[in-house]
Design a protein. Structure first.
Length: 211
């Protein structure tokens, strides 16, 4: 049975490829590629992968990686803004970097910082770095994140854009067993259009949505 697209809910979906036992689908509307639900990890196995991550605030290389999103975000937000780092993981380095820049930043992660009270507030910006590729229902989460932003607020997303179908099977990003949805730049633009948001893509793999 052909599943609907988890990003835009379209039914114009076709089989894209198989890699070993894993089946992938391609949306004909937003051009997202996604893993068949039958091949996703269970919750405990997924958490075990995340617990292997060793990303800390003190890691200079990791900070440089996060600066791909932090730099263009900091260039547009007002001083002393309030934000939320959604899906921050076990070591919320980006939140620390943004606090160092003078902003107030809350954190949320369903596995490591599950205090959902932060989702009852609104913010000037929400960051979502290396998160959306893990989401089983990204369309639902994008809608939720939009409600967390004040008018004119920024949703800053970073994920590795999928660009080369011929190399998909061997793509390192695909090999992570927790990565279940892959986005193109066109996908991000469709997400914005579908919700009436504006979008800027200041560099590859980074999308800044204005709500």
């Amino acid at each position: 049975m052909i599943p609907p697209c988890p990003v835009c809910e379209a039914t114009e979906v076709h089989a894209f490829t198989r890699v070993g036992e894993q089946a992938y689908w391609r949306c004909g509307r937003c051009v997202a590629t996604f893993l068949d639900a039958a091949h996703r990890l269970g919750t405990e196995a997924e958490r075990a992968v995340y617990e292997e991550h060793d990303n800390t605030v003190a890691d200079a290389g990791y900070r440089r990686f996060l600066s791909k999103l932090a730099d263009p975000l900091l260039a547009r937000v007002r001083a002393s803004s309030t934000g939320l780092d959604f899906g921050c993981g076990p070591g919320p380095a980006l939140a620390a970097m943004l606090r160092e820049a003078g902003h107030t930043v809350a954190v949320f992660d369903p596995f490591f910082f599950p205090d959902a009270t932060v989702l009852d507030q609104t913010y000037d910006f929400v960051t979502c770095t290396e998160v959306v590729e893990h989401l089983h229902q990204p369309g639902v989460v994008f809608d939720q994140l939009g409600t967390l932003l004040r008018t004119g607020g920024t949703l800053a997303v970073m994920t590795c854009f999928q660009t080369d179908d011929a190399r998909f099977a061997g793509w390192n990003y695909r090999r992570d067993p927790t990565h279940v949805v892959f986005y193109r730049e066109e996908t991000m633009r469709f997400i914005a259009s579908q919700r009436g948001w504006s979008i800027e893509i200041p560099r590859k793999d980074v999308a800044l949505f204005t709500v």
